[in-house]
Structures are given as structure tokens and as C-alpha cells.
Ligand binder design. Structure first.
Ligand code: ADP
Ligand code: MG
Length: 830
């Protein structure tokens, strides 16, 4: 049996099916016959038949004929061919065995039919109220299906519109079959020559032979017998997916498919959305529903964004943005949609944080704190160094804030050792000199003690004499009229002592108190708190800042963080804070030599630690990050510690630190390490190793690939604090590609801000603090690395806020409603 005859038969049958419109093949039937007649003829061995065939096609002139005549010609040809096809020739055994070297028929030009069509006669937009209807009002969505959508957080039609695809697959470029190569994301427009059930590996599957004017290819839907019923010989389809090489023949592997009909493509031949799913929801069904919903309802969205903003920023209107976020025409429209929707998210976020900031500043006036120029100059002179440019700039910003009657809320960012404490101390001196109290809070007792030591060291330089009574140190000679008294308030102190200190805070006897969160608890009352400095922001949430405000007055607040946060993230997470950055280290700081070691270099890492300890230096070993819990973490660290103590460093003195230890024990271990009584400190990563031990010069971090760059950088900052060259060794068992990239970045750079930016790029904002925990609304479209969009949103929000703080103007009504919908808790707006 001959293949050319089969081809001919398929094309004739298709032409018949299409109503003799001369549309089954490109260029028309005549051209097809002219090309194919010879092929067919060679396969006809019977002379009589051949003569008959030649007579049929000799004056076919199909294009010129009327429909009725066409019908006749086709029917004749068909019966000839059918008669000719022997009963055994009905099934072609396998598409793969078909020769493909002949000129096959051309199906109609893809680009012609395949062009994007406007969604068929767009129905008038449903009323906006329909957006809040439940999904069950949609055709084909049962309660059971609705329950599945609910798992994705979707209950209403609006939720569906905002259920964005995680990505798009680019099936927009169609190829000819002859030009296909093994690889993903390929699309063809083809005719189905044959569809059949096969059972490769015993799995009932659907196989189709597809052809265009350049050749044939097989498609296999493995484990899917159902398609046999949906695909038919002669169907014109668009096929998109991966092409594989199977024993030297190309095959489409379970491709997406779609019949080429008079409507817009959904699953193939375009940028095809890929949606997040849940058990029981299938890609095709979800995509189909989304297309219907987007076409039917995106037009009902009213654009709340004032047109002035939209025009100024060249933003797409909301209905188009939503529509293109799902079913973009091309990359350009997809990007424009994302920019608009990301802008909205960040814009509302900014409006929210600006509202919070305004509430903070306006609820109660703050006390203006002037700069005591004399004291300020004396302080700077007392230091053995001069401030870096970045320190000066930050300090100027802070002093300017303090002079105002709107409470300062400023974030001071700077790496460990960049000199934040010095800057904060200057501000504290100004507050105290003006007759106010100041509080300095640290996240842990150890850090509070450390701050106490470094602050009092600076005060000592300024004063002529100090007296210590009942845990309060009084410095004479700093203030003209009275001693400056400082206290440390931490949980460990005796209760009677603490009560006494609290009493003296309340009656204004103590000028500066340094401590932990305990400072903002109910039992601590200030007489006149003017300035609160909060170190290590990520332990202090918004609520804690609010509780500080509730301490009677509205103090100025300076939050300090040693975690470099990329500007975009800072503006988002701490948009209610103004930002000062100390982005340079004092001169002469050493570079910590950082090496990323291969697993087999563990022994040499230990040997290096040994060498340093023999030189009377000290070392940190940071244990692997164990996700489960602090208890598991502690057990793992304990095991590691035992192992190191017994087998690796039996002759050294080792200490162990983990979060499950009682505070007293932690302190004694830290104390021993600081005092040089321990050679090596083994610690879990959760423990606050914010200690300053200049003699520690080497650090080994286990499973370094599990940490973020910022975190590694923080750990690394524990060494290199003295004069000796310091080292950081990173061990990673089996780092992924991304981890490899990160580890090589940290080897090369010492700049925490660069590392933070890298973190943001490589791992996303979760690296810094759970954005979820921070009470921010979900960002679906915005990436916190979108600096330009974020800046744009920030500018527009600030501008709007100045023009119409309460969003009372009629043109902002829709915006106000949307804001309340997103941030219902934003009571400050009304
Ligand atoms: P941070 O609080 O940012 O970790 P600190 O204020 O504690 O940094 O400063 C770290 C060390 O550097 C301190 O010993 C401090 O005296 C010193 N230091 C601060 N600023 C400078 C400077 N501009 N030049 C030299 N040393 C400085
Ligand atoms: Mg510090």
C-alpha cells in the first residue's frame, strides 16, 4: 500500500469535510495535485487505473469550478482513491515508518489563520458588582471545584482575576516541522493525518501523526488514552511543547494542543500562562476558565488610579493590565502589565506606610531637642578619631530631626564596626543636655552589656570624675549643671536593684538607661523620655515601637541595624522610617580573608584552626543550620561539640553555645571566651554571636551554602575585630548552582550592601526577615528588586499624600476605597 495515496485520501477527505471551499491545502487543490500527481502516479502500478487517475486530474481546474462541480470532482476522486485503497491498506502501521522525503501537501498558511483575533465580539462588560460574586456563579464551576479553588485562596471572581500565572511559556513562535530540533517550547501548526491508541510500556497512550508542508512528526501523549476521542484525522491543530529525539526520530512529548478554530488560542501558539494549581485542578481546565473570566470580567474592573498618575508614569489601564498579565499579546504587553500591577502593589504599600508614619508624627508633638554646640564639639574632640563622611552625614540628619516637634523615626543602617554607636551616643548626649531622658535598647542582654561598656567608655573620656551608686554610674563634668547618670537594666540583675533603678527612671534621676526589651515593658515609666535608640531592628517590630510611644511622651526614635538592607527593601519594610546609611567603614579596617573550601578540605580547615590557636588566637565554629527547631539545633550543636572536643581538638579548650542554654550559662561561656579562657567557641547559628572578641581571628562556618549572604557576612564580622589578620572558612557539602554563585560572591566582597543586594537577587526578600511576618500585604507582581518601580511608587505616594492626605478629594474616592479594601486596618486614613 502506498503512502502517497493515503495522503491524497486525507487531503480529499478534508476538502470534502470543509465544504469544497478549496481550503484544505495551501495554494489550493490544483497546485497540490500538480505537485503530488507524479508521486501518486508512480505508486499506481495498474495501467488502467493510472490512465483513469490521469484523466481525473488532467483537467481538474478545481479553483475555477462552481461548488457543485467541485463536489462532483472531489467525490469522483474520492471514490477512485477509496476503491484503490485495498482493505489491508486502511491502517498505516506506524507514523515513524512513513517516508518523509516526499513533498507533502501544504496545509493552509499558518500565519494567515493563526493571527491573533480579537476575542470574539466582546460581550459588554459585566457590572462591577459581579466581581464579588462567588466562583460558583461561573458556568461549569461546581461546589466541589470551588472548594479546590478555595485552597488557592480564591473564592470570588475578583480573586480569579488576581490569580496570576507563575510564568508564561513562550509558544508564540511557530516553526515548520522540518526545522524542529530537540528541545523545549516549540510550536507547529499542522494537520492530523492519523490518531491512534498505542500502549508503549503497557500504558494506554495517544499517538498522532502530524504533518505540514515540510514534513511529518509524531506526537505522543503518554498515559493519556482520552485524546483519541478528541483529536480526529484531518483536524488542523496547533501543537506546542517539547520535542525529543526518540531513536533518531523527533517526537512531541505530551504537547499542549489546540484545534485551530475561529477563536483566540489559549493553550498553544502564544505566550501561554502557567497557573499555580492544587490537587484536583488541571492546567488546561484552569487556563480555560481563566481565559473566560479574563475576557468576561477584566473589563468590569474600574481603574482606581488617578489618570494624572497613570499618564505621568505611562502606566497601562487596569483592565488591560489584568488581561495581559494572564494572556499577553507579546512580551511587551506582558511587561507593561506587570509594571502597572507591581506599581499598584508598591503604591498601596507606600500609602500604607506613609499613613503610619504620619500617624506617628502627628498623634502627639515631640519635644524639640536643640544641638548643644559646645558639648557636641567637646564630644567629637574627645574621640581618638574623626568621623567618617558617612557618619557625619547621618549625624547631621539625626540632629536635624531632633530639632523638630515631629517625632523622628529614622533607621540608621551600617555594618558592624561602621561607627553607629558613636553616632547614637552624640544624639543621646544632645537629648540629655536638653533635659530629656534617653533609652538605648539591645536585643539581648549580652549586647546590652556591650553597649553599656562602649557608651560608658565614651562618657568617661568626656567627664572628669565618675561615681557609682546602687548600679547607677554618674559622670561629672559633662553637663554644666548636674551629673549625667547612666544605668544598665537587664533581667539578670537583682530584683531589688532593678526596682530601685526603675524608681529612679520614673523620677527622672537617671538620664540614660541601657537595656533590653525589658525597657519598654509596663513597669518601666520614664519621667520625660526624649529619645529612644533601638539597636538591631529585626527584633523590634512595629508594635514595640508603638508601645514605646505609649510611654506618655512621643519620643524621637532612632532604630539601628547592622544588617545591610537594600534600599528598596528598606523603603518597603520600613517605609515609615527615614533612612540614614553609613556605607563606609573607618579607615584601616582589615579585609577578612574568606575561603570557600571543598568538603575534602575539612582536615586542612581544622589544621588551620589548630595553627591559629597555637599562635594564641581564638576560633569560632558555626554549626550547620538545622531547620526543625531550636531543640534539634541544640542537639546537633552538642553532638558536633562533643565530636570536635574528643576527636579533633582534644588538647584545646572548647566551649558550646546554643539557644537552649539558660541565660546564665550562655553568659558564662561568652565571658570565658571573651576572657581568652576558651580556644574555640562552637555555636549554633541562631545564637546571637554579637560579641566583640578582638583575639578571635578565625571562623569556620559549616554548611555555608544554607545561609544567606547577609547572614554569612554577619557571622564573618565576628572576626577581624583586632589587629591580627583574620580568616573565614566556608564549608559546603554539596552546594547547588545558586549556592555556588553565592559562595563565590562572599569570597570576593566585604561590602555588606553589595552582599545584601545579591541576596535579594538570588534568594528574594525572605532572606532578610519574613515579609509575611512584617504584616505587609502579599506582593504578587512586584519584586523588591524592582528599584525603578519602587521609587516611582514612593514618589507618587508621597506626592499624593502631600496633595490630599486623607484622600478626600472626589477624584481620589476610588483610590480610597481600594486602599481600605487592601489595608482594612489603615484606620489612620479616616
Ligand atoms: P557599630 O556600632 O556600627 O558596630 P561602633 O560605633 O561600635 O560601630 O564602632 C566600632 C569601633 O570603631 C569602635 O571601637 C569605635 O570607637 C570605632 N570607630 C567608630 N567610628 C570611627 C571612626 N570614624 N574612625 C575610627 N574608628 C572609629
Ligand atoms: Mg555595634
Amino acid at each position: 500500500m502506498s503512502l502517497p495515496i493515503e495522503r491524497l485520501h486525507a487531503v480529499i477527505a478534508l476538502e470534502k469535510k470543509k465544504g469544497f471551499q478549496n481550503t484544505a491545502v495551501i495554494g489550493g487543490f490544483d497546485k497540490f495535485l500538480a505537485n503530488w500527481a507524479a508521486e501518486v502516479a508512480t505508486s499506481i502500478s495498474d495501467k488502467t487505473r493510472l490512465t483513469k487517475f490521469n484523466s481525473y486530474i488532467g483537467d481538474f481546474d478545481y479553483a475555477l469550478k462552481a461548488i457543485a462541480d467541485r463536489r462532483l470532482s472531489i467525490e469522483n476522486l474520492l471514490s477512485f482513491v477509496e476503491e484503490f485503497r485495498t482493505p489491508t491498506s486502511v491502517g498505516v502501521k506506524s507514523g515513524l515508518s512513513k517516508p518523509v522525503d516526499m513533498e507533502p501537501p501544504q496545509i493552509a498558511e499558518p500565519s494567515a489563520i493563526y493571527k491573533k483575533k480579537a476575542p470574539k465580539s466582546k460581550a459588554p462588560a459585566a457590572p462591577p458588582s459581579s466581581l464579588s460574586l462567588p466562583v460558583t456563579t461561573l458556568k461549569g464551576i461546581s461546589e466541589a471545584t470551588a472548594a479546590k479553588y478555595k485552597k488557592l485562596g480564591i473564592t470570588g471572581i475578583r480573586d480569579l482575576l488576581y490569580h496570576f500565572p507563575t510564568r508564561h511559556v513562550d509558544y508564540s513562535q511557530t516553526a515548520k516541522i522540518s526545522s524542529l530540533l530537540p528541545g523545549p517550547d516549540q510550536t507547529i501548526v499542522a494537520n492530523i493525518w492519523e490518531v491512534r491508541l498505542t500502549t508503549p510500556g503497557g500504558r494506554r497512550s495517544t499517538e498522532a501523526i502530524l504533518g505540514d508542508e515540510t514534513g511529518n512528526i509524531r506526537a505522543l501523549w503518554f498515559n493519556n488514552p482520552y485524546l483519541v476521542k478528541q483529536l480526529h484525522n484531518g483536524d488542523r491543530v496547533v501543537i506546542s511543547g517539547r520535542v525529543s529525539d526518540w531513536k533518531g526520530r523527533l517526537v512531541f512529548e505530551s504537547p499542549e494542543w489546540e484545534k485551530l478554530e475561529e477563536k483566540e488560542l489559549v493553550h498553544t501558539g502564544r505566550l501561554v500562562p502557567v497557573y499555580p494549581l492544587t490537587a484536583g485542578l488541571f492546567p488546561r481546565a484552569v487556563r480555560k476558565l481563566m481565559k473566560e473570566v479574563v475576557d468576561g470580567f477584566s473589563g468590569s474592573l474600574s481603574d482606581y488610579l488617578p489618570s494624572t498618575i497613570r499618564q505621568r508614569r505611562g502606566l497601562t489601564d487596569l483592565p488591560s493590565a489584568i488581561s495581559h498579565a494572564h494572556f499577553p499579546e507579546d512580551e511587551l504587553s506582558k511587561n507593561a502589565a506587570r509594571v502597572r500591577l507591581a506599581f499598584d502593589e508598591l503604591f498601596f504599600l507606600q500609602l500604607g506606610v506613609l499613613a503610619r508614619k504620619r500617624a506617628w508624627q502627628h498623634s502627639q508633638p515631640a519635644s524639640a531637642i536643640p544641638t548643644d554646640k559646645t558639648l557636641f564639639d567637646r564630644f567629637l574632640k574627645s574621640l581618638s578619631f574623626s568621623l567618617t563622611g558617612a557618619q557625619q552625614k547621618s549625624l547631621n540628619e539625626i540632629l536635624a530631626d531632633l530639632k523638630r516637634t515631629e517625632a523622628m523615626s529614622r533607621l540608621l543602617q551600617g555594618e558592624v564596626g561602621s561607627g553607629k554607636t558613636v553616632v547614637a551616643t552624640a544624639a543621646i548626649l544632645m537629648a540629655v543636655a536638653a533635659g530629656f531622658q534617653a533609652a538605648f535598647m539591645a536585643p539581648t542582654e549580652i549586647l546590652a552589656e556591650q553597649h553599656f561598656r562602649s557608651l560608658t567608655r565614651m562618657l568617661e573620656l568626656l567627664s572628669t570624675e565618675k561615681q557609682i551608686t546602687e548600679g547607677v554610674t554618674s559622670y561629672i563634668g559633662i553637663l554644666p549643671d548636674r551629673p549625667l547618670s547612666v544605668a544598665l537594666l537587664i533581667g539578670d540583675a537583682k530584683e531589688s536593684g532593678k526596682t530601685a533603678i526603675r524608681g529612679r527612671i520614673k523620677n527622672g534621676d537617671i538620664d540614660l538607661v541601657i537595656g533590653t526589651h525589658a525597657l519598654i515593658q509596663k513597669d518601666v515609666k520614664f519621667k520625660i523620655l526624649g529619645l529612644a535608640v533601638i539597636d538591631e531592628q529585626h527584633r523590634f517590630g512595629v508594635e514595640q515601637r508603638l508601645s514605646l510611644r505609649q510611654k506618655g511622651t512621643n519620643p524621637h526614635i532612632l532604630v539601628m541595624t547592622a544588617t545591610p538592607i537594600p534600599r528598596t527593601l528598606a523603603l518597603t519594610l520600613y517605609g515609615d522610617l527615614d533612612l540614614s546609611v553609613i556605607n563606609e567603614l573607618p579607615p584601616g579596617r582589615q579585609t577578612i580573608k574568606t575561603r570557600w573550601l571543598k568538603p575534602e578540605q575539612r582536615a586542612s580547615a581544622y589544621a588551620f584552626i589548630r595553627k591559629q590557636v597555637d599562635l594564641k588566637q581564638q576560633a569560632f565554629i558555626i554549626c550547620p543550620l538545622v531547620e526543625e527547631s531550636e531543640a534539634v539545633q541544640a542537639r546537633a550543636a552538642t553532638a558536633e561539640y562533643e565530636n570536635l572536643k574528643q576527636d579533633v581538638f582534644p588538647d584545646f579548650k572548647l566551649g558550646l553555645l546554643h539557644g537552649r542554654m539558660p541565660a546564665v550559662e550562655k553568659d558564662s561561656v561568652m565571658g570565658a571566651f571573651s576572657a581568652g579562657k576558651l580556644d574555640i567557641l562552637v555555636s549554633t547559628p541562631v545564637i546571637e554571636v554579637g560579641i566583640d572578641v578582638p583575639n578571635a581571628t578565625v571562623m569556620l562556618i559549616e554548611s555555608a551554602d544554607r545561609f544567606g549572604l547577609s547572614q554569612l557576612h554577619q557571622f564573618r564580622g565576628r572576626v577581624g575585630r583586632g589587629t591580627e589578620q583574620s580568616y573565614c572558612m566556608l564549608l559546603a557539602e554539596n552546594p547547588s548552582e545558586v549556592a555556588n554563585a553565592r559562595l563565590s560572591v562572599i569570597e570576593k566582597t566585604q561590602d555588606g550592601f553589595i552582599l545584601a543586594e545579591e541576596d535579594l537577587k538570588l534568594r528574594g526578600p525572605g532572606e532578610f526577615f519574613g515579609t509575611r511576618q512584617s504584616g505587609l500585604p502579599d506582593l504578587k507582581m512586584a519584586k523588591l528588586s524592582d528599584v525603578p518601580i519602587l521609587e516611582m511608587a514612593r514618589e507618587e505616594a508621597t506626592r499624593l499624600f502631600q496633595e490630599d492626605p486623607g484622600l478626600k478629594k472626589p477624584e481620589h474616592r476610588a483610590l480610597y476605597d481600594e486602599l481600605i479594601r487592601i489595608w482594612p486596618q489603615t484606620g489612620e486614613w479616616s
